[in-house]
Each structure stands twice: as structure tokens, then as C-alpha cells.
Design a protein around this ligand. Structure first.
Ligand code: ATP
Ligand code: MG
Ligand code: FE
Length: 341
């Protein structure tokens, strides 16, 4: 079965073809980062319009890369939520329009299920069950994953997401958008221990997170403690920020593994691309004897491959999920643990 995946929940248009026999056949992505950069964040209306421009050329590209005719597609999976309403509507209407025109079934996919299952696209995929840390621009959650559609929320952020903390702190340091990769690179030049930032909820005795105080601490440091902040100081602040957030993320993962008794940890979402986080988790895994799995770097942030894959997994387990009713509705807010199989 060949599934076309369509992702448009935020500022990336992603299309991909996944074959349940042969694996990922092709994927293509257009990132709108350059377009939104001048505004310091995603402008929803511009995002929607750009998805409209990009979707069909990207479809042609994946079909050409996979050397397939569009009629070879068996089903179309699209991101139904959560995300920006207008952006989601573009992907949903493209998918349902194609479904109607090609007479193929369509299926709405949960964006976070896409992120969560993305490590299964890697060459050495984890087996179920595992603990998943989902760290993206909009979410920070620890889940117990027993199979496709079998998710138990263990803990989550009570305020900002980890990616949001990266982006907002980077902005305070004048690093542009999105700030995660930039603050991570700058931190490499920082000296450890020059500044110390709080580790929110490190000892909270539950698996929740809080990152808004960390961002405020960066603001206070930049505004009051350092006059005429120089490049080295910026790098030192970046280092303090990365050290603090990585320590909290790693500690909570350890606690989740302990609580569940599981020995497999999966990292998903954009912050999963972070080098310092990966290094710290790899070190902990070697020491504490558990295995840690990551998506391929290009599938950490939003992409169509994870949507095609999640759609294909669902269709295999739940063939009735495929619809030929092409009236669609999107779900900008949609908790992951509402999903079942
Ligand atoms: P959600 O999936 O919750 O709706 P999103 O789709 O915007 O949010 P992703 O695309 O998964 O989130 O990830 C984007 C986030 O990942 C941004 O906040 C970005 O700064 C962060 N990010 C990407 N690469 C890195 C990195 N190397 N280090 C730290 N953060 C990173
Ligand atoms: Mg994005
Ligand atoms: Fe995402």
C-alpha cells in the first residue's frame, strides 16, 4: 500500500510517499523559515498562503522522485491537527481534493503521533513498548508508548514548550528565528559555569516540566546583570541556558524510565535534533544501561514522511479509518492521549 503524506500544520509544507512493503519512497519539504524570519515568528496568514503555493509542486516532485504516477497512490494521510487552523485547512483541502479527484480514501493524522512514530523510520527502529520524550516547538511531553495508538501521558510542561524556550531565549540574545539551532551553536563557544540558570521542577517528584521561568531568568540576566553584553558573554548565557534545559530534560527521562521500568527511550520533535541533548542522553544511556533512539535529523522537525508513515501504520491496524467522505474538519487543538486504535 502506498500512502501519500501531507504535512502543513505550521511553517513547513511536507509531502512524502511511504510504501508499506518498500518503506519511504520519496519526501520533499519546503520550509517557510526565511519568509517568517523578518517577523521574528510564524505569521499564520502568510503560512497558509505559502502552503497553497507549495503543496502541488511538492507532490509532483515526490511522484517524480519515486517514479510513480499519481494513480499509484492508495491512500492520502494529512495532518488534521494540532496546529494553525488556516495552515491545517490547506493541507486538509489539498488531501481531500486529491482523494476526490483520484478516487482514493483519505485519513486525518495527529501531528504529534507523526513526531512520536518518526524514530520508527530510522534504520534501527525501537521495539514497543518505550518511553517517548516529545520535545517540539509547541509541546513537551513524556509518554508511555505501548504500540501505535496506545499512548499514556506520563507528564508534560505546565507552561512553555522546550522548543519555545529555545526560541524565546535565542530571541533575547538577538539570534533570530528559529532560535533553537542558533543558541545551540553559540553555546558551544560558551564557558560552563560562568552563569547559572534555574532548573525548573528538577525536583518536583513528578514528570512535569516548566520552562517559562527559565526564559524569564535569561531575560533578567541579559537585561540587568550584563551591561553591554559582548559576544563571549552571549555565548556564556547560551551555554548556561542549554546546560539548564538539557539537565532537566535528561533527569525527567531518567525518572520516566525508572517509573515505567522500561529500557528504551525515544526522542521525537525538533529539539530532538539538539546536539547537547543527544550527547547527554547518550552518556546517560551508556551509564544507566538503557537504549536511546532518535529520528533521522531531517525528520526531527516537521516533515511529510512522518505523516505518511503514521497514516500507513494506522491504515494497517484500522482499515476503516480510511474515508471516502471528503468533507473535512481540522482540529487545531487535539490532545494526543485522546487517540486510540
Ligand atoms: P509542534 O510539533 O509541537 O506543533 P513544531 O512543529 O513547531 O511544534 P517542530 O517542528 O517539531 O515543532 O520543532 C521546531 C522546534 O525545534 C523549534 O522550537 C526549534 O527551535 C527547535 N529546534 C530545532 N532544531 C533544534 C536544535 N538543534 N536545538 C534546539 N532546538 C531545536
Ligand atoms: Mg517549523
Ligand atoms: Fe511539529
Amino acid at each position: 500500500m502506498i500512502v501519500l503524506g501531507v504535512e502543513s500544520s505550521c511553517d513547513e509544507t511536507g509531502l512524502a510517499l511511504y510504501d508499506t512493503d518498500r518503506g519511504l519512497l520519496a519526501h520533499a519539504l519546503h520550509s517557510q523559515v526565511a519568509m517568517h524570519e523578518q517577523y521574528g515568528g510564524v505569521v499564520p496568514e502568510l503560512a497558509s498562503r505559502d502552503h497553497i503555493r507549495r503543496a502541488l509542486p511538492l507532490l509532483e516532485q515526490v511522484l517524480a522522485d519515486a517514479r510513480l504516477d499519481r494513480h499509484a497512490i492508495d491512500a492520502i494521510a494529512y495532518t488534521q491537527g494540532p496546529g494553525l487552523a488556516g495552515a491545517l485547512l490547506v493541507g486538509a483541502s489539498v488531501a481531500c481534493g486529491l482523494g476526490l479527484a483520484l478516487d482514493k480514501p483519505v485519513l486525518g493524522v495527529h501531528h504529534l503521533e507523526g513526531h512520536l512514530l518518526s524514530p520508527l523510520l530510522a534504520s534501527e527502529p525501537p521495539e514497543f513498548p518505550f518511553v517517548a520524550l516529545l520535545v517540539s516547538g509547541g509541546h513537551t511531553q513524556l509518554m508511555r508508548v505501548d504500540g501505535v495508538g496506545r499512548y499514556t501521558l506520563l507528564g508534560e510542561t505546565v507552561d512553555d514548550a522546550a522548543g519555545e524556550a529555545f526560541d524565546k531565549s535565542a530571541k533575547l540574545l538577538g539570534l533570530g528565528y528559529p532560535g533553537g539551532p542558533a543558541i545551540s551553536r553559540l553555546a558551544e563557544f560558551g564557558d560552563p559555569g560562568v552563569y547559572t540558570l534555574p532548573r525548573p521542577m528538577l525536583h518536583s517528584k513528578n514528570l512535569n516540566f516548566s520552562f517559562s521561568g527559565l526564559k524569564t531568568a535569561v531575560l533578567t540576566l541579559v537585561k540587568t546583570k550584563i551591561t553591554n553584553i559582548c559576544e563571549q558573554d552571549k555565548a556564556n548565557v547560551a551555554r548556561a541556558f542549554v546546560d539548564a534545559i538539557v539537565e532537566v530534560l535528561v533527569a525527567k527521562c531518567m525518572a520516566a524510565l525508572k517509573e515505567t521500568g522500561l529500557k528504551r527511550l525515544v526522542i521525537a520533535g525538533g529539539v530532538g535534533a539538539n546536539r547537547q541533548l543527544r550527547e547527554a542522553l547518550n552518556a546517560a544511556a551508556a551509564k544507566k544501561r538503557f537504549r536511546v533512539f532518535y529520528p533521522e535529523l531531517e525528520f526531527c522537525t516537521d516533515n511529510g514522511a512522518m505523516i505518511a508513515f503514521a497514516g500507513a501504520m494506522r491504515l494497517q491496524l484500522q482499515p476503516e479509518a480510511a474515508q471516502r467522505d471528503y468533507a473535512f474538519n481540522v482540529r487545531p487543538r487535539w490532545p494526543l492521549d485522546e487517540l486510540s486504535i
